[in-house]
Write a protein that binds this ligand. Structure first.
Ligand code: ADP
Ligand code: ASP
Ligand code: MG
Length: 406
């Protein structure tokens, strides 16, 4: 007998037929003698619709109230699953984030889990109930409803699995595992049997939305084995996300990712003197905007251009701040571009291989794709390119690093 935490994403609970399939799978695992905790997302598209409703009132909805609104999506699905399970003759109980005592900080819209008190869940499991917990939500110390950021149900599931010391955390989604790149844009993508936490961390942080990055951070920290698999083919093995093992496939590059979530801002002809970078980035940081890449190009005559990327959702705010600062520091102008994408190659094997950057740049050059920015770490290289070339770049890189399935 095991304690299994399962999470089902939006497409997996998109309508009553899909919820029935989820209930059947949950019941099967329960009937095998396991304790089952189910974490659910909202029905596909619902979170977007709720955001849109609020945005119709104002572009900057009150963040506390927006979280109250968004949390309703997951409330619907846990209730429906439990009604379904009860109708099938099982004992089931739903819990909202606060009822499951998922305690977070107060950062509405991107809250971090700080504590989970699992007593109530354990009591319900001891009474032989199937427990369904609303993903993506928690409560802060004062009892305010918070949400964990887009894709946050993954994090709810892994954090619960860690707190409950579950034997496995199964992430059921609309693809049957983690692939060498997004299988929906590259049909030669190959499913990985296993992937290390570190590689999955990089892939998640660089746009592979199959797992939310914080979910992988929790999994790594608490050594939770995560099994990414398909809710359409629940009996088939998916991908295990685990600690790096000696016999793991040691490809130089194990995956290609892309993200269209960022925008680029350039401040031209900035006086090149100590303190300007701090003047530019301090207000951005104070506004809670996370800067990703930064480059600085020196011009002649003591002037420099500074370019950086911010999340598209913070673009307007960042542009507003920079226009003010540019004037104060005597820079020429602020240019912005929302139509960019970041493509990245990821792999732990890069630590001990040279030539990866050359292969990447060469493959993009061959297709005439211009590289606007570059950043590297020990196990990844990222390039910013024009958004319209994203899919082409992903396929070209997938091919250049021999990742195609055989
Ligand atoms: P869910 O609603 O189940 O949480 P998501 O849409 O958040 O599902 O994540 C699954 C999607 O992630 C897939 O449909 C796929 O398009 C995308 N994806 C991106 N990169 C990868 C990858 N390397 N492997 C698998 N899926 C990926
Ligand atoms: N429903 C939330 C979202 O769409 C959380 C999730 O699906 O994981 O982002
Ligand atoms: Mg998701």
């Amino acid at each position: 007998m095991a304690l299994v935490v399962q999470k089902y994403g939006g497409t997996s609970v998109a309508d009553l037929d899909r919820i029935r399939d989820v209930a059947t799978n949950v019941a099967r695992i329960y009937d095998e003698g396991n304790d089952v905790v189910v974490v659910l997302s909202a029905m596909a598209g619902v979170t977007d619709q709720l955001i849109e409703l609020a945005m119709r009132i104002t572009e900057e909805p009150n963040r506390r109230e927006l979280d109250v609104l968004l949390a309703t999506g997951e409330q619907t699905t846990v209730a429906l699953l439990c009604i379904m399970l009860e109708a099938m003759g099982y004992t089931a109980a739903s819990l909202l984030g606060y009822q499951a005592e998922i305690v977070t900080d107060r950062a509405f819209g991107r809250a971090r889990i700080v504590d989970i008190r699992v007593d109530r869940v354990k009591e319900l499991l001891a009474d032989k109930a199937i427990v369904a917990i609303a993903g993506f939500q928690g409560r802060d110390a004062q009892g305010n409803i918070t949400t964990l950021g887009r894709g946050g149900s993954d994090t709810s599931a892994v954090a619960l699995a860690a707190a409950l010391k579950a034997d496995v955390c199964e992430i059921y989604t609309d693809v049957d595992g983690v692939y060498t790149t997004d299988p929906n844009i590259c049909n030669t993508a190959r499913k990985l049997g296993r992937i290390s936490y570190d590689e999955m961390l990089e892939m998640a942080s660089l746009g592979a939305r199959v797992l939310q990055i914080r979910a992988v951070e929790f999994a790594k920290k608490f050594k939770v084995p995560v099994h990414v698999r398909s809710s359409f083919k629940p009996q088939e093995e998916g991908t295990m996300v685990v600690e790096e093992e000696k016999d793991m496939e040691r490809l130089v590059v194990s995956g290609i990712t892309y993200s269209k979530d960022d925008a680029r801002i350039t401040i031209t002809k900035v006086p090149d003197r100590p303190g300007v970078a701090s003047r530019i980035f301090t207000p951005i940081g104070e506004a809670g905007i996370v800067v990703d890449m930064i480059i600085q190009n020196t011009r002649k005559g003591g002037l420099t251009d500074i370019t950086f990327t911010v999340p598209k959702s913070d673009y307007q705010k960042a542009m507003g701040l920079q226009e003010k600062i540019a004037e104060e520091i005597g820079a020429e102008q602020v240019l912005g571009d929302k139509h960019i994408a970041k493509v990245s190659v990821v792999g732990v094997g890069m630590r001990s291989h040279s030539g990866v950057a050359a292969t990447m740049f060469g493959a993009l050059a061959k297709e005439n794709i211009n590289i606007m920015m570059i950043s590297t770490s020990e196990i990844k290289i990222s390039c910013v390119i024009e958004e319209k070339y994203t899919e082409l770049a992903v396929r070209v890189l997938h091919n250049a690093f021999d990742l195609n399935h055989v």
